[in-house]
Design a protein around this ligand. Structure first.
Ligand SMILES: [Zn+2]
Ligand SMILES: [Zn+2]
Length: 818
């Protein structure tokens, strides 16, 4: 038996680390979990064995593995290699990748908090220690594993707790508080006896003299088109509203035995599958695109599918998924946000039933651990995982296809903590000619993907027709400068936009208003001295939130009481400048009181199922207008939106950021694409001060390729990605002098290797956050010499982190920042 194990420990220190094995102990192998001590205290961690060996390490004292938790590997070899590659690429530790990848329940450490479960009170304690521990846990509700160790009287509590969790005696404390009560909705379906053609025809005759009841039946048939005969389920309020009828008419029909009403639970939880549904029939354009995707996969493991909004990419995906499953493989389907795309989720569920697994931030620790174990042990099992970026880190054993839908979306990139990875880019690294195919889909591809498609690195397929032949919406601009000069603005609404909203709502259609800022007003300013109240810990102005009547810092989350007088000059009144979603919502309610408005932003999306509930109310026609931040651009499937308004486009392209134009174009084109998806072309109204801005012209023309040409040329001239690869270092410290000195030193070192491709140190626009002063340094690496330059860069970074003089300054490396 080997004497040592090389172990990945979930800490931010570069590893892996060597530990000594107990020669009499249980056999240890690659991919198994072991309990190891780390650091100066008595802290214990769950680590993963990379390999075992017999080479004594150089250091004098090698610490011992406390215990072995598994009999067989829980992390496949491919996954361990992937963690190491990812750590290398993103300049972080393999332990940080492990921590991001593995469900907390599988990698307990001393500070993990545990809590009681329903079966804690009745669980038979094995010995006195266990009895003491269980009753203490019941008293206090939660304990750390370190505390549990003391109560149990054992040195290595992780093993014991792992067994107790598996037995269901204790659970892991959840950080997301779940205040969810399932929302049910009323749905109407045909009574059993009325589900065939003949009896329906009789009903039409019977109801001839009751026009209101007949209207309900007719609308029911109309709305149920597309669902299977006899199985149509229609939302009750929606049915009544579109039939112009009231409940009493429906009640009569139920009493007569035509309909029955059922309560259906809402949300993403599984509903009874009505299926398995057929694969969707493809239009000619879709079939052609599908054939092209298949053909490109013959020569390219990665294919970019550029399909206009509403072209039905999902239908195409479903055919590819079916093929992968038929070959006995697994499928990973990555999306920016699951709750917003309920319709797609439901369709996949209807077709693929129990093979579909959802993976998102609202799963419980237990559900995550279950899915992990299933995939890790499941060789050759069919599965589709539909998930957000972290689903990429799941231990698939037999992946055949990865779909990255809305591949341009910034939420595929993790900003903090490390690993600061981009799930799309990592998916691409998993592609291989003989196994894993990767399909990137978007109406507005990222410049990186568009570049790779143009240079032939990726296969490229275009889908230019909207499904069902609907045309792209008409996009018009409104000149805010002129409207303001002529004093025609009502709040932040131009007369054109306001009329269009009113008209759409009159016609019982729905509206999305996009405002790139939450809260009520981002700036308060004293009218006499000009003072603007700012955060005490950050260099930013405070945003007023009217509903809670407080001032909030959007950088650190601090709350402040709104001042009644100017804190500087003690006089004057404070006026509000600028607007956020809350103010737009309020203004619209004031201007058009009958309109039912709701807001979709970070503030209203709090709570486990808030987004799903809001979206389902919008879907059911209980709301007319949705005012939202970029959340409304994330691939919402909505049927009845005929108008999209962008409140202030200038705010989108005005950032001093190399991706500002790309992001602005994508946001506007995506939100515009939410208009008129099924029936009419729909309309988009963009309000802007600079209506001649070049980005806006491309949006008006729906000219994705034109925009890409222009922006790529711009990036080429400046040597920015995709023509180089960037790494950004962010340095932070409470003392400005220290951070400035460290940044100057690091920039000098980098310039030594990279010359003028090392930019900075730069003082960012917001240079002080959470009491920390910030400096940035950017390095552009050559694509052609990437590996060598990356190694040089890693050397400088390591050197800084270990430096005696600058080691106290925190340095964050962000590879391929967004
Ligand atoms: Zn003042
Ligand atoms: Zn702050």
């Amino acid at each position: 038996m080997a004497q040592y194990a090389y172990v990945i420990v979930p800490v931010a220190v570069k590893g892996p680390f060597t530990y000594a094995l107990d020669p009499q102990g249980t056999a240890v192998g690659r991919g198994m979990r072991v309990v190891v001590p780390f650091g100066t205290g008595r802290k214990l961690y769950t680590g993963i064995v990379v390999r075992t060996h017999d080479q004594a390490p150089g250091s004098t004292r090698t610490r011992k593995v406390h215990s072995v938790l598994d009999q067989e590997a829980i992390v496949p070899e491919r996954v361990i290699r992937f963690w190491m590659d990812m750590a290398n690429h993103y300049l972080c530790s393999a332990g940080e990748v492990m921590l991001a990848a593995m469900p907390a329940q599988l990698v307990l450490n001393s500070s993990t908090r545990i809590c009681t479960t329903a079966s804690t009170p009745t669980y038979p304690a094995g010995n006195a220690g266990e009895a003491i521990f269980l009753s203490a846990l019941e008293d206090q509700g939660r304990l750390s594993i370190e505390q549990a160790g003391e109560l149990l009287g054992v040195k290595d509590p992780l093993r014991k707790i792992k067994d107790l969790i598996e037995a269901g005696a204790v659970g892991l404390e959840e950080h997301v508080r779940d205040t969810f009560r399932p929302r049910t909705k009323r749905m109407v379906r045909l009574a059993e006896s009325a589900r065939d053609e003949a009896s329906l025809r009789t009903w039409f005759d019977t109801l001839e003299k009751a026009p209101k009841q007949l209207a309900i039946l007719m609308r029911f048939i109309e709305l149920g088109r597309g669902q299977r005969t006899g199985e149509q389920l229609i939302n009750t309020p929606h049915l009544l509203k579109s039939a112009g009828a009231d409940r009493s008419a429906l009640r009569t029909l139920i009493a007569k035995g035509l309909f029955e009403e059922v309560q259906v639970q809402d949300g993403l939880e599984p509903t009874d599958p009505i299926g398995p549904a057929e694969l969707p029939t493809l239009s000619q354009a879709q079939s052609r695109a599908l054939a092209e995707v298949r053909e490109r996969f013959g020569t390219h493991p990665v294919v970019l599918l550029q399909g206009v909004t509403g072209s039905g990419k999902t239908e195409l995906y479903m055919h590819l998924i079916q093929e992968a499953l038929d070959q006995g493989g697994q499928v990973l389907y990555l999306l920016p946000e699951i709750a917003l795309t309920k319709l797609s989720v439901q369709r996949l569920r209807n077709r693929f039933g129990e093979h579909v697994h959802l993976f998102h931030s609202r799963l419980t620790p237990h559900q995550r651990a279950e899915l992990w174990s299933k995939l890790a042990s499941d060789k050759g099992g069919r599965a589709i995982v539909l998930g957000v970026r972290s689903a990429l880190l799941l231990p698939f054993q037999d992946l055949h296809l990865i779909i990255v839908d809305e591949e341009h979306d910034p939420s595929f990139k993790q900003h903090k903590p490390a690993p600061r990875y981009n799930a799309r880019d990592m998916a691409v690294t998993m592609a291989s000619p003989d196994r894993v195919r990767v399909l990137l889909g978007s109406a507005t591809p990222s410049l990186e993907s568009a570049f790779n498609a143009r240079t032939g690195k990726y296969g490229f397929v275009k889908l230019t027709e909207r499904y069902g032949g609907s045309t792209l919406p008409e996009v018009v601009t409104v000149d805010l400068r002129e409207a303001q000069k002529k004093k025609r603005l009502k709040g932040h609404f131009s007369p054109q936009l306001l009329q269009a909203v009113d008209r759409a709502v009159q016609r019982r259609e729905q509206v999305i208003l996009f405002q790139n800022r939450r809260g009520y007003s981002p700036i308060w300013q004293c009218t006499s001295c000009g003072h603007i109240p700012g955060c005490a810990h950050c260099d930013v102005s405070l945003t007023y939130h009217k509903r809670d009547h407080d001032l909030r810092c959007h950088y650190c989350g601090c709350n402040y009481e709104p001042p009644t007088a100017c804190p500087e000059c003690r006089s004057g009144t404070l006026r509000m400048l600028g607007s956020g979603t809350e103010r737009i919502e309020e203004e619209l309610t004031g201007l058009l009181p009958e309109v039912r408005v709701a807001r979709l932003d970070q503030d209203t999306a709090r709570g486990k199922h808030a987004v799903e509930q809001l979206m389902s109310r919008f879907d059911d026609g209980e709301l007319d207008v949705l005012v939202g931040t970029q959340m409304v651009t994330k691939g919402l499937d909505l049927d009845r939106v005929s108008l999209v308004g962008i409140m202030n486009a200038d705010r989108l392209w005005g950032f001093p950021d190399l991706r500002a134009h790309e992001r602005a174009f994508q946001l506007m084109a995506q939100v515009a694409g939410r208009s008129g998806r099924r029936r009419d072309p729909g309309q988009v109204i963009i309000q802007a001060y600079d209506i001649a801005h070049p980005v806006l012209q491309f949006v008006l023309q729906h000219d994705v390729d034109g925009f890409t040409d222009r922006e790529l040329e711009h990036r080429r001239v400046l040597g920015y990605p995709p023509f180089s690869r960037m790494v950004r270092f962010t340095l932070k410290h409470r003392k400005e002098g220290l951070v400035a000195a460290a940044a100057a030193h690091m920039a000098r070192e980098l310039r030594h290797h990279f010359g003028d491709r090392a930019l900075g140190p730069e003082v960012p626009a917001v240079a002080w956050v959470r009491d920390q002063h910030i400096r940035n340094i950017l390095v552009k690496l050559r694509r052609s010499d990437h590996a060598r330059e990356k190694a040089l860069l890693a050397g400088v970074f390591e050197h800084m982190v270990r430096s005696e003089e600058h080691g106290r300054v925190r340095i964050i490396a962000d590879v391929d920042p967004m």
